[in-house]
Structures are given as C-alpha cells and as structure tokens.
Design a binder for this molecule. Structure first.
Ligand code: F6R
Length: 261
C-alpha cells in the first residue's frame, strides 16, 4: 500500500482524478470500479470538467459500481444508479450500456450477485477500483465481519452506516437497511485500487485501515493485502496516522509519482 497525503480535500481529489485520467488515457477501454458517497462527488465533478475542458474520453470505458441499495429502482433519487447518472454518467461520453451496478431489485439477489461477479470476469476484471471508506471501516458496503473472501451479495447495513447515509435521502426514514455490495474478495481482485478518504471524521478509521491489524471488523484493513493499492487522503483524514513522515518520504522518492509532485 502507498499513502499519499495532500493538505486539502481539493488537492487529494485532484490527485485521484489525475490517476483516473491517466489510466483512461493509457487504456481507453479501461474497466473502472466505481464508488458513490459524498467523497466521490468531488472526484466525479473533476472528471466531468476534465471531459468538458480537456477531452477526457470515456467512450470505450466500462464501469462496475461497488453497490446498490436493495429495493430502490434506478429512478429513485436515493439509488446509486440515480447518483451515478447525476454525478458522472449523464455528463461524460460513456456508453450507458457499459455502465453496471448491482441489481437492487433482483428477485433472486444471490443469483444476481454471482452473475455480477461473472460479468466482471467476462470483461477481464477491474483495471482500477476507486474506493471510499465509511465510518464503520466498510469498503463498498462490506460492514464489520464481512468475510475477506466474500463475493457480491446482500448485506445488512449497520446503524452507523444508516446514520451516515440517511441524511442523503429526501426522507431519511426511506433509506433501505439492505444493500447489494461487491464482496471484499471481489474488490481485492482488481488490478489496482485507488482509495480517496477526506475529512477529520475519517481520521480514526483511516488510521486503523492503514496501520492497524488486518481484521474483518474493519473491511478496509483488507486493502493492506492488495499488491497495488494507493490511498489518497487529506490532512484531516491523515490526522491519526503515526507514520506520516515515512509515507511522505516514499511519495517524494518513488519515481512513479514524479509527475504528481
Ligand atoms: C458507496 C461506497 C461506500 C462509501 C463510504 C464513504 O458506494 O462504496 O463505501 O465510499 O461509505 O462514503 P462518504 O464518502 O459519503 O463518506
């Protein structure tokens, strides 16, 4: 894992956007894994501007989102399909047929989850998986005790996650208690992982994710097992890291980041 600390949320978001843009430039038919949530809004806004002003091309890109609420149809403003259309897909030249989210309306969620993992495989796997971290330490909606080898499936959301996300619903009480999410195992199969974590409310869980022991109680610790994972954060989220100088030293000296410094 590499940890890159930028002073502000904007600078962290910019660096993450540059990583995505370079990936798309290098491989136009990239398979992207996508996340939703507040942190990602800034990233998608930046990618939309890059498309508009710099011609960032999504025409051959394929996307797989991490998760979707159970029981919300795509036109429900609380659904992640709606979020993705609103924040990204509706503003770039991506082919809608190449955008995938787990099916929160599936009659047989188990079969739908297995079909989702199979579809990712059919596309050759995810080249670059973008992630946020929730306050419970979840990645996707892999709440505490999610198995490290878990696959796409239905998970019950914790009270903490309901408290985190219910305010994003027009009527907070309408937030579903279940979601379909890629498993930790599914996520770890991506070729490369790019995490973006901002704000001091994430400092404690982020320090545990990066520096704590690997445990299914904090799914984000599984990222320590991935061979090509970069976590980008702002000073707020970095506040509880104990090895900050070391991470900064690596960033300053690793040639792969020369253009980003
Ligand atoms: C949602 C997802 C979640 C969020 C996490 C952080 O698709 O993958 O793991 O990334 O809950 O959400 P925010 O950015 O709202 O704090």
């Amino acid at each position: 894992m590499q940890v890159i600390i930028r002073e502000t949320k904007e600078a962290a978001t910019e660096l993450a956007a540059q990583v995505v843009a370079r990936q798309l430039a290098r491989k136009p038919n990239t398979v992207l894994g996508l996340a939703t949530g507040r942190t990602m809004e800034g990233l998608y806004a930046r990618l939309v501007r890059m498309h508009r002003d710099e011609g960032l091309d999504f025409s051959l890109a394929v996307t797989f989102n991490l998760d979707e609420y159970v029981g919300l149809p795509p036109d429900n403003p609380g659904s992640y399909r709606y979020y993705m259309n609103h924040h990204l897909f509706g503003h770039v030249n991506i082919d809608g047929r190449n955008t995938h989210l787990p099916d929160g309306m599936a009659a047989d969620p188990e079969a739908a989850g297995a079909a989702y993992d199979a579809l990712i495989k059919d596309h050759g796997g995810i080249d670059l998986q973008i992630l946020g971290i929730g306050k419970t330490g979840h990645i996707g909606f892999n709440e505490p005790l999610s198995a490290m080898f878990s696959r796409t499936r239905v998970k019950a959301l914790t009270p903490q996650t309901v408290a985190q996300n219910a305010p994003l619903f027009p009527r907070p009480e309408d937030m579903p208690r279940l979601a379909v999410t890629m498993g930790v195992g599914t996520i770890l199969e991506a070729d490369r992982i790019l995490g973006l974590v901002t704000g001091d409310s994430k400092a404690e869980v982020f320090a545990k994710a990066v520096e704590g022991p690997v445990t299914s109680m904090i799914s984000a610790t599984a990222l320590q097992l991935h061979a090509n994972c970069t976590m980008v954060c702002d000073a707020g989220a970095a506040d509880r890291l104990t090895q900050r100088d070391y991470y900064e030293w690596i960033f300053e000296n690793d040639p792969q980041w020369a253009d980003f410094r």
